[in-house]
Ligand binder design. Sequence first.
Ligand SMILES: [Cu+2]
Length: 325
Amino acid sequence: MSLIKLSFALALSTAVLSHCNAAEIDKPDHHDTAPVDSISHQPVDPIIRREGTNVYIEMTAQVTDIEISAGVVYNAWTFNGTVPGPVLRVIEGDTLIFTLKNMDSSLPHSMDFHAVHASPSSKFVDVMPGEEGTFTYSTSSPGVFMYHCGTSPVLAHIANGMYGMIIVEPKAGYPSDGQIDREYTLVQSEWYKEHSYDAFMNDEPDYVVFNGNDYGLVNSPLLAKTGDTVRIYVSNAGPNEVSSFHVVGTIMDRVYMDGNPRNIQYGLQSVMLPASGGAVVEFTVTEEGDYPIVTHQFKHVSKGASAVLRVTSDGKDHGGKAMQH
Ligand SMILES: [Cu+2]
C-alpha cells in the first residue's frame, strides 16, 4: 500500500489577497449571510511542512466560486478555495502548528479541528478579515475527523462550504493496513439556497453531495481491481443531515467508527454517520462491475449523494456510463 502522507506540498501562491483592514466587522448578521461583493479567489494550495513530529500547516479562508452541479455555481466560503477543503493527514502524536490566513475582506473565519483537545475560546477563535492567526495543538487520538469554520453562526459557515477532513493515522497503524489495495476519501455534505440563512435553518437541502458536487464521482468513478480490498475514509460534514453510508454490492468487512482502530465493527451493511461523524470502511470487491456508493436515505441520493466504484479486471476505467441509483 502506498500511503501518500502529507501530500500537499507547496503553495502556488496565487494570492489575490484583498487585504483591507476591516477588523471593525465583528459578526455577520445572522439573518443575511450574503457577501457584500461577489468575489471569487483562485484556489490556494495549503502549505504543509514536517519537522520531526511538528507539522506546520498553513491554510486560507477565502471566497471562491464552486460548481456544485453541472452549470450551477455557488459563491462559497471555503478553506483554500475548494469544497470540501483539503484532506489533511497527520500521525497520532504529531503537534500541529496551524496558521489560518483569512483572505476574506468582509468576514472573520476560524478553524475548529475535531481531531484535538483544545480550548475553543482560545484556540478556535476568529481570525479577522485580512489577518492571520496561528494555533498549536497536539493530536492524541487517531481517527477520521471533521474540521470546519467555527465562527458564529457556525451553521452559515458550514453550509456555505467551510469544512473538510483530517485523518490522524494511528501511530501503530490499523490492524488491517497490510490488506489494503486502494484507498479513497469521501466527504458528504449539503448545499442549500445560496447564502440563505433562512434556507439553512428551515429548508431541505437542494443538493446532498460527495466531495462537493453531484457529478464528479459518477463521471470519474473511483477504481478498483477484482479482488482488491478497498478502504474509504468517510466523513459527514452535514451541516444538518445524517448519512447512512452504504456501498451497493458489498458488505463492509471492517469499519473503524470515527477512524479509531479500537472501534472496530464487522460485517456492516450501512454506517450511520451523525453530522460530523467519520469512519474508515473496508471491503473486498469480488466481481467486476459498477458499485454505487450512496447514503441509504435515498431522497439524498436523488439530490446528488452518489458516487461509483468501478471494478474491472485490471483496475482501469474502460469508459461507459456509470450505474446510478
Ligand atoms: Cu468561516
